[in-house]
Design a protein around this ligand. Sequence first.
Ligand code: FES
Length: 166
Amino acid sequence: MHQSQYSFTTSPSALVQVAEIASRYKGRQDKLMDVIIAVQKIVPSLAEDVAAVIAREMGLSQNHVYSFVTFYEYLSVQPRGKYMIRMCSSAPCHVRGAKDVMDTITEMLGIKIGETTPDNRFTVETCPCLGICDISPAIMINDKVYGDLDPERARELIKKYIREDI
Ligand code: FES
């Protein structure tokens, strides 16, 4: 475990909720993924204190919990925004203007790919093919898919998310 990666602290009330969720699955290593998904809705990051509580309540080692988390690329140990924007960077989307769409989005939000806005609302990442090449260039925002984007459409879409008009 790399201590330097864990500079985030979690509120005591969030840790109580994490403990409450994890304690339902004591001894159920097979339920760790479900617990992590549920916990991610409560905490901004899967920090060391969160992993420790999950491990304690489920009766697992903290290293096991951390290794499990990092195994899944999309479960980052970095803080993530309320809205996770994933931009497909595979060839079909790329040739249909994905870079212009991405540049528009990152410019609007004032962050680079891989970063989260200071208000913790938006994180932007690239990802491999989303499997919806017929509507490329495409992005996902949380679990919603948006395709046939161009800079103008992307701008309108992000404006809606900024206004939470979605
Ligand atoms: S290449 Fe972008 S969705 Fe398939």
